[in-house]
Design a protein around this ligand. Structure first.
Ligand code: MG
Length: 243
């Protein structure tokens, strides 16, 4: 009997270990957020804001991977992802911030699920608020537009149609670590998408991993990252206020 129990436990362990290596293991498919019609809130930067992108230059941005010059396309007051040039990162590092950002998913629908209009904004380069075209496009809700990727399903789906400008207004509180590198306070985040509250002061459990569980390795201030997921996503009017 003992042998059987041992066998069962080791099989269970192996199955769990295998499952943790699969991205599907951390997908959550319910509840599906209700669809809400919001409105893009184009808010000019307040007087104390740091304007990260006004549509005219990449002064505040660099390639995240090798810190070379940004290679995305700059035109008509916005920037657009160029496939395989990699994510962009701010040259400066930040902690607690209020962020305003506007994005546009491609007007021409290509791909589906996670492959359609995918980008993301990463706080301190680690914690992703998903950007995705979920206008009549189904995916796992904890990875849809406005999700804290694979941690928190958004409270609503406020996505606009492909090709329309959309807004994020986000309040982000950075995590704290002690001298031994142990996390002593989690990060928290509130997200408003097209004027609709979709994340209400939720706890960020750690890094937003595609595969596996969140990690909590000590870090300080770090750059804001915009993801290159291969889709020609556009951005404009990005500003922050340090808190
Ligand atoms: Mg993404």
């Amino acid at each position: 009997m003992k042998k059987l129990t041992l066998l069962f436990l080791s099989l269970l362990y192996m199955a769990t270990a295998f499952a943790q290596k699969e991205p599907e293991a951390t997908e959550v498919w319910e509840p599906v957020p209700k669809v809400i019609k919001g409105h893009n809130t184009t808010t000019p930067p307040p007087s104390d804001a740091i304007v990260l992108f006004d549509g005219s230059n990449f002064d505040h941005w660099m390639a995240a991977l090798d810190h070379s010059d940004a290679k995305w396309k700059l035109e008509d007051g916005h920037m657009t992802v160029v496939d395989k040039t990699g994510p962009l990162m701010t040259r400066d590092s930040f902690g607690d911030i209020q962020l305003h950002l506007e994005f546009r998913t491609p007007a021409k629908i290509e791909g589906d699920g996670q492959g359609r209009g995918n980008s993301g904004v990463f706080f301190q380069g680690r914690y992703e608020v998903q950007i995705l075209d979920n206008y009549e496009n189904k995916t796992y809700p904890n990875g849809q537009c406005g999700a804290i990727y694979k941690q928190h399903i958004p409270l609503a789906n406020a996505c606009k149609k492909p090709g329309e400008w959309q807004s994020y207004d986000i309040v982000y509180t950075a995590p704290h670590f002690n001298a031994d590198g142990i996390k002593i306070a989690s990060a928290y985040i509130t997200v408003i998408h097209n004027g609709v509250l979709i994340q209400n002061h939720v706890e960020i459990k750690g890094t937003t991993e595609y595969i596996g569980q969140p990690k909590n390795i000590a870090h300080g201030k770090d750059g804001i990252v915009l993801q290159d997921h291969g889709n020609p996503m556009s951005f404009r009017n990005i500003w922050i206020r340090e808190l």
